[in-house]
Design a protein around this ligand. Structure first.
Ligand code: AMP
Ligand code: MG
Length: 489
């Protein structure tokens, strides 16, 4: 076995919180661990030499085979509301916080290894992650990040020969996930429901001191902190809604305290625009359907606020949470305006956007392609001459909307080219459609990782044209439309 990597920027501050917050656990390695993908740009940012990524030192250090001496692997304890029901028995059941690093701007980053074996919080499960879900999380995190949406990142993906049993036998894999914090809403719930307000306070101070250094030192920091979490959560969910992303399992243990998209499971980007889209086939009630996400965000914030009630008065909680609804509406409306190429605000904008979405829904139109195609709309031409029109079955409905849009565009001062540029920066050409991820998974299960590389090329620059990859912007074949995915991972 090769010598572990020497990193001088390790700073494991989470462990200083004390043993109530975690259990020290050594990662359990897999058989024939090999590197599938690594992320040189992110490595560089973290102060890990990018030319080391395929070295055996990097692999053994970051896959948990032989951790460097200054790593301190631990399983974080948390609880959470799962599908609305409180569950105290959660925690890192298969992931470990391997280490925390400081980048050159002194920003702290958590290095988390998912699939590292059993911990005291594994309950009845095996502590492993399958290749399929690890690929999906690897790609999902980078896809959202490069769409400009707050998310955990992916540093490396490892494959192995270790079999794991799910519905069928699958291969175990490891994901190195990177985030500024792995503290969840559920981390606070655990200490609240076990009646330890001093530990709720300790955790809140830890998060504030690390991530909100501008907040005051006195008690007034706590309601301001809650308000920040509400705002960040609103921004994240508004961004999901605008790209047609459904998280799928918005339990409070999967909600990041920083408002990062967190714990990618059976998530999905919509193909046809369908507001009640449910991507998780175990979600029979549609609790986490696409159009429920903004409301669930608030439900989850209420659960967080409740667990902070020893620190914040009811009145201050209400004030902090009252920021959520106007903020998410504002963020979503602003983004929709940009997607429609409307740079100069006008009272009709929300209505124009709502009518466009209603048209897409009625037509079962592809969400991503329809928005992208709209930049070709020429306000100089009558509705009948718009190329886009041919995609609509109900031409009359299109004409009606197009006329309103044409009139609205006349109010703009930017020229056609500036409008197209704006729109193409807000309407991705390429999103991680499930059928594309599925193809990459099927090949990877045969040890062919080339499709992961190809998808990464697109997902890193999703707003560019990439003419050689035009087929990746196509709608899925009918057989692959709206695949609902299992939670089993
Ligand atoms: P998730 O649905 O992935 O957010 O996980 C919910 C809880 O179950 C967390 O406490 C996880 O750590 C735990 N968990 C999920 N899958 C496994 C597994 N294969 N082994 C151990 N714990 C797991
Ligand atoms: Mg989770």
């Amino acid at each position: 076995m090769s010598a572990p990597l020497i990193l001088t920027n390790v700073d494991n501050h989470f462990s200083s919180l004390g043993s109530e917050f975690y259990s020290l656990v050594r990662p359990q390695s897999l058989s024939n661990t090999h590197l599938i993908q690594a992320n040189p740009a992110l490595a560089q940012q973290l102060g890990i030499p990018a030319d080391q990524l395929s070295s055996s030192s990097f692999i053994s250090s970051f896959s948990g085979q032989q951790c460097p001496d200054n790593f301190q692997p631990l399983a974080m304890k948390y609880a959470g509301h799962q599908f609305g029901v409180y569950n105290p028995e959660l925690g890192d059941g298969r992931g470990l916080l391997l280490a925390q690093l400081r980048d050159k701007h002194h920003q702290s980053w958590d290095i988390h290894l998912k699939g590292a074996g059993q911990t005291p919080y594994s309950r009845f499960a095996d502590g492993r992650a399958v290749l399929r879900s690890s690929i999906r999380e690897y790609l999902g995190g980078e896809a959202l990040h490069h769409l400009g949406i707050a998310s955990t990142r992916s540093l490396a993906l490892f494959g192995s020969d270790t079999p794991v049993q799910r519905e069928t036998e699958e291969q175990a894999a490891l994901l190195v996930r990177v985030s500024q914090s792995h503290v969840r809403f559920g981390s606070f719930e655990w200490f609240h429901y076990t009646h330890r307000p001093q530990l709720v306070k300790k955790l809140a101070d830890y998060v504030i001191d690390l991530h909100h250094q501008d907040l005051p030192q006195d008690e007034s920091r706590y309601p301001l902190f809650l308000q920040r979490v509400a705002e960040k959560t609103a921004e994240m969910i508004a961004a999901w809604q605008s790209v047609g992303f459904t998280h799928g399992v918005m339990n409070t243990d999967n909600m990041s305290i920083l408002g990062d998209t967190f714990d990618y499971g059976p998530y999905g980007f919509m193909d046809d625009y369908q507001p009640d889209f449910v991507c998780n086939h175990s979600d029979h009630q549609g609790r986490y359907a696409f159009n429920q996400q903004p409301g669930i965000g608030l439900w989850n914030l209420n659960a967080l606020a409740h667990s902070l009630s020893s620190l914040i008065s009811t009145e201050d909680i209400n004030t902090a949470l009252s920021r959520y609804e106007p903020h998410i509406k504002h963020c979503y409306a602003t983004e929709l305006s940009a997607k429609l190429g409307l740079a100069k605000p006008h009272d009709d904008d929300v209505m124009i956007a709502a009518q466009w979405l209603a048209l897409l829904e009625k037509e079962h139109a592809d969400y991503t392609r329809s928005f992208r195609a709209l930049s070709q709309f020429d306000p100089q031409l009558p509705s009948e001459q718009q190329t886009l029109r041919n995609q609509f079955v109900d031409r009359q409905a299109f004409d009606q909307w197009a006329e309103a849009y044409r009139q609205r565009l006349a109010f703009e001062t930017q020229d056609q080219q500036a409008r197209q540029t704006l729109m193409n920066r807000h309407n991705p050409k390429y999103v991680l459609r499930n059928y594309l991820a599925q193809k990459a998974i099927e090949l990877a299960e045969q040890q062919d990782y080339s499709e992961i590389d190809r998808l990464m090329t697109l997902l890193v620059n999703p707003y560019d044209e990439h003419p050689e990859y035009e087929s990746y912007a196509q709608v899925p074949p009918d057989s692959a439309k709206g695949i609902a995915l299992s939670c089993s991972s």
